[in-house]
Design a binder for this molecule. Structure first.
Ligand code: 5CA
Ligand code: ZN
Length: 407
C-alpha cells in the first residue's frame, strides 16, 4: 500500500548514541542493539474515522525512535499496518451507508496527509490487511498445524493452554486478563470455548460480511494474527521493537506474541514499546467515546502542524496526559521564542545543545528534556546574545532533524 512523502532530513555533524528505551515485558529501560538495519513495527490505525491526537502521539513516538536510530547511523526498516477490515470499520460503514472499502480508503488518505503534515517519517512498508490476506491465512494455517488451535462452528480459535509463557509481555494475572479481553474486542463469554481467554484466529464466513478463501476455509482473519503475520513477513523473527499505544498491551500484543512464538519458537521482538493514552476531559480519547480532537480538523482550521508536533513533544511518551486548549498557545509561544533566536546573526555555541538533545532522546525519548535544552539556549541567545555565527543554523537543524519540527 502507498505510504506518504518523506520529510527533508538535514544532516547533522557527528552521530548520536545508542537508544535506551523502556521495555514493557521487563519493565526496565534497556539499550537497544540493532544491527545495520533496525527493525520496528507499529500497530496502525483502523481507518473508520480520522486520526485524533492520541493516534498522532503514538506515531510521533515511533518517529522519534526512527530519528534517534538514524542519527546513530542505522537504517530503519519500519513497518506499519492498517486494519482495513475489522468489525468497527464494517459497523461504521453500515451505519453511514458507505461501502467499507471506500470508507477505509478515504480515512487512510486523511491519515497519510496528517502524518506527512506532522513530518512523520513514513514506514518503509505500509501494509493493509486486505492486501495481506494470503500471508495472514498462511501463518494461521501454520499455527493450526502445530495443534494449538481448535474449531468452533467453523471459526478457528487459538488455545491459550498451548501458549507457553502467556503473560510475558503484560505481566497481568488471569482476572485482569479476562476483564481487558472482554473490553477490548475479545469474546470471553462465547459458549463452547475451551478457555474464555482463547482467541479467534480465523472467523468463518458470515452472511453480509466480506470474506476470502483460505486454507482455513472461507472467512476473514481475527485481529491479532494480522500484525503477527505482517511483522513476520516484512521483518522476520526477533526484530528490534514492537509496539503501539498502551491500550494494545493486552490482549493484542500478548496474543500476537503468543502466535509468533507458536509458529517460530521464539519471541517476535526484543523490546516492546507502549505509548501513554492521550485523553480529553478526563477520558481516554477514543473513537467510540467520541471525545476527539482530530489532527485534520486542526489543520483545516489553519493550525501549523509544526506547532501541533511541538505541543505533543512537551509530553513524555510514557505518561498519560490530557489535550487541553492551553496546548497550542503554549507551543506557539515556544516556537516564537525559538524562531526569534534562529533569526539572530550569532548566538551561544550550539554543540552543547545538539549533545543535550541527543542525550535526552537517547534516554527513553525524553522529549520534554530536549525542549528544555533548546529553551535554555534560546533564552540565553535572546537575552545575552553570543558570538557563534553558525549556532542559530545548527540549533534549527537539530530541532528539525531530531525533533522533526520545522521552524
Ligand atoms: N488497528 C489497531 C491496531 S492493529 C488499532 O488499535 N487501531 S486504532 O485506530 O484504534 O489505534 C491506532 C494506534 O493508536 C494504536 O497503536 C493505538 O494503541 C493508538 N491509540 C489509540 N488511542 C490512543 C490514545 N488515546 N492515545 C494514544 N494512543 C492511542
Ligand atoms: Zn496491531
Amino acid at each position: 500500500m502507498r505510504s506518504w512523502s518523506v520529510p527533508d532530513i538535514v544532516p547533522l555533524p557527528g552521530a548520536g548514541g545508542p537508544l535506551r528505551i523502556h521495555d514493557t515485558a521487563t519493565g526496565r529501560i534497556r539499550t537497544t542493539t540493532p544491527g545495520a538495519t533496525a527493525g520496528m513495527y507499529a500497530c496502525g490505525i483502523t481507518p473508520y474515522d480520522a486520526a485524533h491526537m492520541g493516534h498522532a502521539f503514538t506515531y510521533l513516538t515511533f518517529d522519534l525512535v526512527n530519528r534517534v536510530w538514524r542519527d546513530a547511523g542505522h537504517d530503519v526498516n519500519y513497518v506499519q499496518n492498517t486494519t482495513d477490515i475489522d468489525d468497527p470499520l464494517l459497523e461504521r460503514a453500515t451505519a453511514t451507508g458507505v461501502d467499507w472499502r471506500d470508507l477505509a480508503h478515504r480515512e487512510i488518505d486523511v491519515f497519510r496527509e496528517d502524518m506527512a503534515a506532522l513530518s512523520v517519517i513514513p514506514p518503509t512498508s505500509y501494509v493493509g490487511v486486505v492486501e495481506s490476506i494470503d500471508l495472514i491465512s498462511e501463518l494461521a494455517a501454520r499455527i493450526r498445524q502445530t495443534g494449538a488451535t481448535y474449531e468452533l462452528d467453523g471459526d478457528v480459535y487459538f488455545s491459550v493452554a498451548e501458549a507457553p509463557g502467556f503473560g510475558e509481555i503484560s505481566g497481568l494475572d488471569r482476572e485482569q486478563m479476562l476483564e481487558l479481553f472482554g473490553e477490548r474486542g475479545g469474546d470471553p463469554g462465547r459458549g463452547g470455548k475451551k478457555d474464555p481467554l482463547d482467541w479467534l484466529l480465523w472467523r468463518a464466513e458470515r452472511p453480509d460480511e466480506p470474506s476470502w478463501d483460505s486454507p482455513l476455509g472461507r472467512g476473514r482473519p481475527g485481529w491479532h494474527i494480522e500484525c503477527s503475520a505482517i511483522a513476520l513477513d516484512r521483518l522476520g523473527p526477533s526484530f528490534d521493537l514492537n509496539g503501539g499505544g498502551n491500550d494494545l498491551i493486552f490482549p493484542h500484543h500478548e496474543m500476537g506474541a503468543a502466535e509468533t512464538r507458536c509458529a517460530t519458537g521464539g519471541p517476535n521482538a526484543h523490546n516492546h514499546l507502549h505509548v501513554g493514552m492521550v485523553g480529553l476531559n478526563g477520558e481516554k480519547m477514543s473513537k467510540s467515546l467520541g471525545n476527539l480532537v482530530f489532527v485534520s480538523k486542526l489543520r483545516q482550521e489553519g493550525v501549523d502542524p509544526a506547532i501541533i508536533r511541538l505541543a505533543m513533544l512537551s509530553h513524555h511518551y510514557r505518561g498519560a496526559w490530557e489535550w487541553t486548549d492551553a496546548e497550542l498557545p503554549a507551543a506557539t509561544e515556544r516556537a516564537e521564542r525559538w524562531r526569534a533566536a534562529f533569526a539572530l546573526g550569532a548566538a551561544p555555541d550550539a554543540a552543547p545543545v545538539l549533545a543535550a538533545v541527543r542525550a535526552a532522546l537517547a534516554e527513553d525519548l525524553d522529549s520534554p528534556a530536549a525542549l528544555t535544552a533548546v529553551d535554555t539556549w534560546a533564552a540565553t541567545a535572546l537575552s545575552e546574545g553570543g558570538s557563534d555565527t553558525g549556532a542559530p543554523g545548527l540549533v534549527r537543524a537539530t530541532v528539525d532533524t531530531l525533533l522533526g519540527v520545522k521552524l
